[in-house]
Design a binder for this molecule. Structure first.
Ligand SMILES: *[C@@H]1O[C@H](CO)[C@@H](O)[C@H](O)[C@H]1NC(C)=O
Ligand SMILES: *[C@@H]1O[C@H](CO)[C@@H](O)[C@H](O)[C@H]1NC(C)=O
Ligand SMILES: *[C@@H]1O[C@H](CO)[C@@H](O)[C@H](O)[C@H]1NC(C)=O
Length: 244
């Protein structure tokens, strides 16, 4: 089958993409980056600070799970992970890494932790996520050499003007690109879907598909129409294909 691409409708609009840097992962309003070397708590704090970030601090069970899975998904066999809390200044008062400071207020300690206090041979003033206990928290010596994840706010979304092309075939029928969807979710419309595509470094084009009543499904594709096999381009009156 041969499709003839006769016309392309162009539409320009402001897209509000907010994105983490390549190599970072996003959770909620933050970007997270795993560093490749082990270091002391202070070295980790300094390395993150240099990137405009702070040592990651979990503030909820969900964030704790995200950080732990991000870490163990990469460093699969051994090693513990610093989080950005220490109580060097005042025992039991856990202060955060980073310029904003303030206290750490979410804790999920391993059994019998924290163990610092009177009668210890050395201070254990920094918190790590302990692999042997599935990522629960432990207070340890700040000079230990552990892995580090840095956390920074997702950069402020700058609206950028971009143009979209919507292709139609010879009979002006709608079509979509199938088989290369890397993510799909419901979206309000073409701007929201286009912004989501702009957010994802690997997104090359997108489909906007009619879902249930009043619902639009945004599908982010990892290739463009021209790179795809013709068999993956399907005429479909309930679906529109776009690329930047
Ligand atoms: C692990 O993290 C490092 C540092 O961020 C990165 O260079 C590497 O590609 C990651 N590896 C995997 C398997 O995710
Ligand atoms: C502990 O945290 C404080 C405040 O963030 C910081 O000044 C200090 O260098 C940190 N490190 C150690 C090892 O106490
Ligand atoms: C694009 O995503 C599909 C799954 O939808 C996958 O099979 C394919 O390998 C991906 N291609 C590229 C270039 O990433």
């Amino acid at each position: 089958m041969k499709l003839l691409w006769l016309n392309a409708a162009i539409m320009c609009a402001y897209f509000h993409a907010e994105a983490c840097q390549p190599g970072q992962q996003r959770f909620g309003g933050s970007c997270y980056q795993l560093l490749t070397e082990r270091m002391t708590w202070n070295q980790g704090d300094a390395a993150c600070s240099e990137m405009g970030a702070a040592l990651a601090v979990p503030d909820s069970l969900e964030e704790h799970q995200f950080i732990w899975e991000m870490f163990t998904g990469n460093v699969t066999t051994k090693g513990n992970l610093w989080i950005g809390c220490n109580d060097s200044a005042e025992e039991g008062k856990w202060m955060r890494s980073g310029d904003e400071g303030g206290e750490c207020n979410y804790f999920s300690w391993a059994p019998e932790q924290p163990s610092d206090g009177e009668g210890q041979p050395f201070a254990q003033d920094c918190i790590d996520l302990w692999r042997r206990l599935s990522g629960f928290m432990d207070d340890v010596k700040c000079g230990n050499s552990l892995f580090v994840i840095c956390e920074s706010p997702v950069p402020f979304a700058v609206p950028t003007m971009s143009c979209l092309q919507r292709y139609a075939d010879a009979r002006s029928s709608s079509h979509c690109l199938n088989g290369h969807v890397m993510e799909d979710f419901s979206a309000e419309g073409v701007i929201a879907c286009g912004s989501a595509c702009r957010d994802k470094p690997r997104c090359r084009s997108f489909n906007l598909r009619r879902g249930g009543p009043g619902e639009m499904i945004c599908q982010l594709n990892n290739i463009t129409r021209n790179e795809a096999d013709v068999k993956n381009i399907r005429l479909d009156s309930g679906c529109k294909y776009f690329e930047f």
